[in-house]
Write a protein that binds this ligand. Structure first.
Ligand code: NAD
Length: 295
């Protein structure tokens, strides 16, 4: 019997703690990456919400798991149960990856790291430039803080005046107080301001859920006259692969990318934290049936 590749008594475990979580493609991605790298580790998804989170984190120590991914509704509350937080996790106020080093649990946030890595992979260098990001929720905050930490010069944030607007104001305060980047937030309904800020931006990002099911075919961008061919346009959404927002960018001739790169590279960053190794991005694109752009 050939037991090569089998789960044995030595196999290490990382978790994925969230609720709901069964739909996630993270375990398939991480397990393929472990296999490809010949690392004897597996990821399993666990239905964990805020009521069971503290016990679940204790289990990471008790079972000597290598760590875990964390998603909603646990990302913003899990920090209190950990021993240490990385600088970006502190500023973003969110943890999506836990690493267990001999019982010491450290929380990281790889969402923004993944976004920045996806840009770099595609040949886009945003350092020293001005960018505009629409959104002030979880994905947007991670992207904005990481962009500021990674050397973007100026970030204009737009959001509708909903419950997330205050979070956006807090992000602006944090960026301006803790980084050399200058940030400002504006009302997304103010189209004159939106046009002005996009006009001298190098990159425009959608970090809202508009365009994603059940909001397919919808975007906050009034029309294509706000875009120009030398603008880089990115969307966090990847289902559908082409949102209305990205279709408009394609129409104008912009370089554009969907959320596949961010999704893949946030996983690659977690993989590196657990294993010390680079995820094989080309192989993972094949496995996931996706193709990241190169400009
Ligand atoms: P969230 O709920 O934390 O934030 C939602 C954001 O959308 C807020 O800024 C909110 O104001 C805005 N919004 C909601 N309705 C709107 C409307 N009608 N008009 C304008 N803005 C509106 O969500 P999130 O976790 O930040 O996720 C946002 C999107 O990013 C989702 O589509 C999610 O799937 C995607 N995402 C992708 C990745 C990736 O790896 N590619 C990672 C995280 C999130």
């Amino acid at each position: 019997m050939d037991l090569k590749g089998s789960i044995t008594g030595y196999t290490e475990l990382v978790g994925l703690m969230a609720y709901p979580i069964r739909h996630s493609n993270s375990p398939a991605m991480q397990n393929e990456a472990f296999r490809a790298a010949g690392i004897d580790c597996i990821q399993l998804a666990f239905e964990v919400d805020n009521s069971t989170l503290e016990d679940a984190v204790k289990a990471i120590r008790a079972l000597r798991m290598r760590g875990s991914n964390v998603s909603m509704p646990n990302k913003t509350v899990v920090g209190q149960y950990l021993d240490k937080l990385s600088p970006e996790a502190v500023l973003i106020g969110s943890v999506n990856t836990i690493v267990n080093d001999n019982g010491i649990l450290t929380g990281y946030c790889t969402d923004g790291i993944g976004y920045m890595a996806a840009l770099k992979y595609s040949g886009i260098d945003v350092r020293g430039k001005k960018i505009t990001i629409v959104g002030a929720g979880g994905a947007a905050t991670a992207m904005q803080i990481q962009a500021a930490l990674d050397g973007v010069a100026e970030i204009s944030i737009f959001n509708v005046k909903d419950r997330f607007f205050e979070a956006g104001e807090e992000t602006v305060r944090k960026i301006n107080a803790n980084t050399s980047c200058h940030a400002a937030i504006f009302d997304l309904q103010d189209h004159a301001l939106l046009r002005r800020e996009i006009a001298d931006s190098f990159l425009l990002a959608n970090a809202t859920g508009l365009g994603m099911k059940p909001h397919e075919g919808v975007t906050w961008l009034p029309d294509v006259s706000y875009l120009r061919p030398d603008l880089v346009v990115t969307d966090t959404v990847y289902a559908p692969v082409m949102t209305r927002f990205l279709e408009m960018a394609r129409e104008v001739g912009c370089r554009y990318m969907n959320g596949h790169g961010m999704m893949l590279f946030q996983g690659a960053a977690a993989f590196k934290l657990w294993t010390g190794k680079e995820m094989d991005i080309e192989r993972m694109q094949q496995a996931l049936g996706i193709l990241l752009p190169h400009f």
